[in-house]
Design a protein around this ligand. Structure first.
Ligand SMILES: *Cc1c(COP(=O)(O)O)cnc(C)c1O
Length: 230
């Protein structure tokens, strides 16, 4: 199957899941998670109409960017961002989805201020409380949101999560549902410099479930590009 056909299939599933949940399919943004796929393959996904491209390694992103891979599509950073790489992605990425500490938020803000821009970010939540994963614990979210107003170089536009993959759909659903609850709670609290616009969750095997729980941004890799060979 080609990349364009795969994007079509993913779009159909997004459409079905959104409609079933009583939502407009157009409000769900499809981010192509492009790791390990070269610039030419990224271009095919963009031509097939994905809404954005996500990368999770800075080195790979810079290389492909130099090859013009992302022209015509917003670029998201979706991986763990090391503090010493902040200056390389701020301003280059339209959205940094994986901010997981106050310290990282401050570094991004300061870099953005020096470039005279505002960097849009999402806060990554460790909803499965896994020690192996990054993301802030749910109970630490409030402190992060309170700090957003102290960092005028950033704007918090929502939440992101990579929950543990359950064996059953119902296990996935409970994590996605918990994320949606947090999203709605924070939205209700109206923090300064925070606007709960995007809820980014769901990957190739789980995006339909995520949409039914309220995701409006899904990050899909292998269902678009095929299996990755490590
Ligand atoms: C690779 C990746 C995805 C997509 O994974 P697939 O299972 O291939 O769809 C989504 N989010 C992040 C952060 C990723 O690194």
């Amino acid at each position: 199957m080609g990349i364009a056909e795969n994007v079509g299939i993913v779009r159909d599933i997004i459409g079905e899941s959104a409609s079933k949940a009583g939502r407009d399919p157009k409000e769900v943004l499809l981010v192509a998670a492009a790791k390990m796929n070269d610039a030419g393959r990224v271009r095919l996904a963009i031509e097939a109409g994905v809404d954005a491209v996500g990368e999770n390694r800075v080195q790979e992103l810079l290389e492909k960017n130099g090859q013009g891979a992302y022209r015509g599509a917003p670029l998201h950073f979706i991986g763990h961002l090391q503090k010493n790489k902040v200056r390389q992605v701020v301003g280059l990425c339209d959205l940094i989805e994986s901010v997981d500490s106050v310290e990282l938020m401050e570094l991004i803000s300061n870099r953005a201020l020096s470039l005279r821009i505002t960097q849009e970010i999402l806060i990554e939540v460790n909803i499965g409380r896994e020690t192996s994963k990054s993301g802030v614990m749910p109970e630490a979210l409030e402190q992060i949101m309170e700090n957003a107003s102290l960092n005028p170089g950033i704007h918090v536009s929502g939440l992101m999560a990579i929950p543990p993959i359950g064996e059953k759909n119902s296990e996935n659903h409970s994590y996605f549902h918990a994320m949606h609850q947090l999203f709605v709670d924070i939205r209700g609290k109206k923090y300064d410099n925070v606007c709960m616009k995007f809820l980014s969750m769901g990957m190739s095997n789980t995006f339909a479930e995520a949409i039914s729980a309220g995701a409006n941004m899904v990050r899909v890799g292998s269902a678009i590009f095929g299996e990755r060979h490590y």
